[in-house]
Design a binder for this molecule. Structure first.
Ligand code: MGD
Ligand code: MGD
Ligand code: MO
Length: 756
């Protein structure tokens, strides 16, 4: 374990990612945490056909050949964290009171090991105590049955949950009578779904790995793949080697966008990196919509100058609506405004547009949280789609849209019906197959759920994975909300802060991880996941579970459902847990695209789900792909002297799980309480490097404060600032959310600084 008292170290930011340092870091984490035997066994199985799916990101595996080492440094850290041989058992909880555990850091929490048995924190108690599974289920069932209305219960899902567990979970909550199924997506790619639905009719990406390898231009906007999707770098490298070009749009110069040394290739292992982005636009925070409007303006101009030979007019005529209005919106947007909003010169934007149209216009745009977590996220993403529609860069080889998902099964969970606003067709299908009345009233998303708990309108909080307290915005407000509940219960693998800030009663329900053997009555079971590209595949754990008392997520849901709802004419809850094939049959009966699920998912690489947008079939109300035409927008500060703070991930964390205290690519060692600032902005405010500052965020309802952040000068546009999630979540106002998607605006918080 790293010493938390070691002083901050600083180096120059790196200009390429991976290579030998990544391999060394992987081994260090795996050997020190999981130990040689458990660790090596887990690594050898990771992402192999017949092995388990990496619980880190949702980037797909190659369809055909997989290297023995089809994992990345951060996948290895995720495995080390899960396959650790350390345990947090009854003795641990007898030793530490809740108050003592609250004083420890998130890093310390993760280092303690795996949770091994169900625990209860009774009202007024200082320590967790053991409880039997049976008593835990009875307690939850009694509480649920005692509520005045099913809508007083909230059922959260984090994106690691398997398809099987997710399907049962939503089936249970709907039998119980509520659509209160907020999930981590609400804080993540909800804006992508909200944008892609009306634009192209499907809330998912439309490309395959082959498309990435053969694209002319890949734009990576608002994402940091070197840290968060490291295996994506191999695809970007392939694109470059095939003659494609990578363009990065990001306020920070991220190592993984600049260069990549493939650790499994001879050159890469010697730290000889392939250059990735050959154009790097260091956009102002939230200036992306302006850039895409500028690209569109340029393409329109080039088309006019070249006798309408640039834009795909045939595609537009056959497949789209709204082009005229969009052309007008482009004409109404001035270059002055585009340059002002983006901070990028007209020449640079034109250069990018010319790259896109130079050859076959095979354009792919990849994006993540740098686009989705803004007030105007939905408009911005629709603007990206507008550019694609102009040149027909969707539904053909080497071209399309690529929202890069976060959690390894976040996309699958939605497919399974984890959605507070489930479409009517899904309800009808559930009713047909399971012969019950599915509730129609929309449920709470994450922010609405927090408000409901805060107001006392929701009293029971159940989390299928995740770390709700630390992941949600406005930590103090969310803590109050959880504390007002009668019961909070968490299905988890590791200790985290959500287990310490509980309702009147708190429950810990420890479950098996992906790496572990899932043995049920009818033998060993596997689960399935859907990756970022809509491929459904199996995942089989083989490690001996760290404790005999763990239950699988599926078994936990079926036992709870059995107690709360009881068997129906069509559902035998406990039978589902004995044999997951039965759940897959139920999924096949309910959800289109899962024909012969049990047969097809046993094929080594799994199968692709149908994706109509990829086939140029548009499931929109008008059966067309739709241009949008909003006015250009950008985050506006109330006071121009203030800064815009974005909260992002370091290289040593998985969301709220802190694996280590370094952010190697950005040159930071031993410290997480830092704020990156533009050097001129620091000078102007009289802040010296590594001086401690107090951050105040400003919002309509008042101020929020966070103290003790070290100021780090970093190359970024003036006016921008960056601090790590979750330490900075106290600053994110609960009501600062994106239009339409209601996603917290974790990438744009108005702040001021004071030297401490
Ligand atoms: N190792 C590891 N892997 C992960 C995760 C993890 O925590 N650790 N998390 C997983 C999850 S759930 C998710 S959602 C993904 C997250 O993956 P990312 O979205 O890559 O994660 P962030 O760290 O939030 O990075 C946001 C990036 O957007 C940039 N950015 C911020 N604001 C703007 C803007 O206005 N415009 C532009 N163009 N860029 C901007 C930031 O500088 C940063 O590079 O990763 C997944 N994979
Ligand atoms: N300020 C700010 N806030 C953010 C973000 C941001 O960029 N900035 N990003 C947002 C995003 S993109 C996301 S996705 C959310 C993430 O929100 P969550 O998904 O809620 O959080 P995680 O940190 O991924 O959850 C980690 C916990 O999951 C549990 N866990 C791990 N593996 C398993 C498993 O196999 N089964 C079960 N049942 N539990 C398991 C462990 O106990 C661990 O402590 O946070 C959001 N919050
Ligand atoms: Mo995410």
């Amino acid at each position: 374990m790293q010493s938390e008292d070691a002083p901050l170290t600083r180096k120059d930011p790196k200009t390429w990612a991976a290579g030998a340092p990544a391999v060394i870091s992987s081994l260090k984490h795996v050997m020190s945490t999981a130990g040689p035997v458990r660790g090596t066994k887990a690594l050898l199985d990771l992402n192999q056909m017949g092995g388990f799916d990496c619980p880190s990101c949702a980037w797909p595996d190659p369809d055909d050949h997989r290297a023995m080492t089809e994992f990345c440094e951060n996948g290895a850290k995720a495995i080390a964290s899960e396959a650790t041989s350390k345990i947090v058992d009854e003795r641990f909880f007898a030793k530490y009171s809740i108050d003592e555990l609250m004083q420890k850091s998130d890093y310390w929490h993760d280092q303690q090991g795996r949770l091994t048995s169900p625990m209860i924190l009774r009202e007024g108690a200082t320590h967790y105590q053991a409880i039997s599974w049976e008593d835990a289920f009875t307690l939850m069932a009694d509480e649920l049955k005692a509520l005045d209305h099913p809508d007083e219960a909230v059922f959260y899902t984090s994106g690691r949950t398997s398809n099987e567990a997710a399907f049962l979970y939503q089936l249970f909550t709907r039998h119980y009578g509520t659509n209160n199924l907020p999930d981590c997506s609400n804080m993540c790619h909800e804006s992508s779904g909200s944008a892609l639905g009306p634009s192209v009719g499907v809330g998912k990406g439309t490309v395959t790995l082959d498309d990435l390898h053969t694209a002319d231009v890949i734009i990576c906007v608002g994402q940091n793949p070197g840290t968060n999707h490291p295996r994506m770098l191999a695809s970007l490298e392939k694109c470059v080697n095939n003659g494609g070009e990578i363009v990065a749009i990001n306020p920070l110069r991220e190592a993984g966008l600049l260069g990549f040394a493939h650790p499994q290739h001879p050159k890469g292992a010697l730290n000889i990196a392939t250059n990735l982005a050959d154009q790097y636009l260091q956009v102002k925070v939230n200036g992306d919509m302006a850039i895409f409007r500028g690209i569109a303006k340029t393409i329109l101009a080039r088309d006019k100058a070249a006798n309408s030979s640039v834009i795909d007019h045939a595609f537009i005529a056959e497949h789209t609506e709204g082009f005229e209005a969009y052309t007008q919106a482009c004409a109404n947007t001035t270059w002055e405004r585009i340059i002002e909003d983006s901070g990028i010169s007209r020449e640079e934007i034109e250069k990018l547009a010319d790259k896109i149209i130079a050859k076959d216009q095979k354009l792919i745009t990849c994006w993540a949280m740098g686009l989705t977590q803004h007030k105007n996220a939905v408009d911005t993403i629709r603007e990206v789609v507008n550019v694609h529609l102009m040149i027909g860069a969707i539904g053909r080889d080497g071209a399309g849209l690529c929202p890069v998902r976060g959690h390894s099964n976040v996309q699958g969970d939605r497919t399974m019906g984890i959605y507070e606003k489930l479409p009517e067709a899904f309800h009808l299908s559930l009713e047909k197959v399971f012969k019950f009345k599915s509730p129609r009233k929309h449920g709470y998303d994450v922010v609405e759920a927090i408000h409901a708990m805060h107001k006392g309108e929701a009293k029971f909080f159940f989390a299928m994975g995740g770390n709700f307290l630390q992941a949600a915005p406005d930590t103090d407000f969310t803590a109050e909300a959880l504390q007002k509940c009668k019961l909070t219960a968490h299905v988890v693998t590791k200790l985290n802060r959500s287990l310490l800030v509980t309702g009147k009663t708190g429950l810990i329900l420890p479950c098996l991880g992906r790496t572990e053997l899932d043995l049920q009555k009818e033998g060993p079971q596997f689960i399935t996941c859907e990756n970022s590209m809509g491929i459904v595949h199996s995942s089989t754990g083989r490690l001996t579970p760290i404790s005999k008392r763990l239950m699988s997520e599926v078994a936990i849901v079926s036992n709870l459902a059995h107690k709360v709802v009881g068997n129906t004419e069509t559902v035998d809850w406990l039978a589902f847990a004995d044999n997951y094939d039965l759940i897959r049959d139920a999924i096949e009966a309910t959800i289109p695209g899962f024909d012969d699920f049990n047969i097809r998912v046993r094929k080594p690489a799994g199968f692709y789900l149908p994706n109509n947008a990829k086939e140029r079939v548009w499931d929109t109300p008008n059966n067309k792909a739709n241009f949008s035409n909003p006015e250009l927008s950008i985050f506006e500060k109330k006071d121009h002297k203030r800064l815009i703070l974005q909260t992002l991930r370091s290289h040593d964390q998985y969301n709220t799980t802190i694996y280590g205290l370094d952010d190697r690519y950005r040159g930071i060692g031993n410290e997480r309480m830092i704020i990156f600032l533009n050097p001129d902005d620091m000078k102007e405010r009289g802040i010296k490097p590594v001086q401690k500052v107090k951050i105040t965020s400003h919002w309509d309802d008042g101020e929020r404060h966070a103290e003790g952040f070290l100021a780090i000068p970093y190359e970024m546009p003036s006016g921008a600032a960056a601090a790590y999630f979750p330490e900075a979540n106290v600053l994110v106002p609960i009501d600062s959310t994106a239009d339409i998607s209601n996603t917290p605006t974790s990438k744009a918080i108005e702040i001021s600084l004071e030297v401490m």
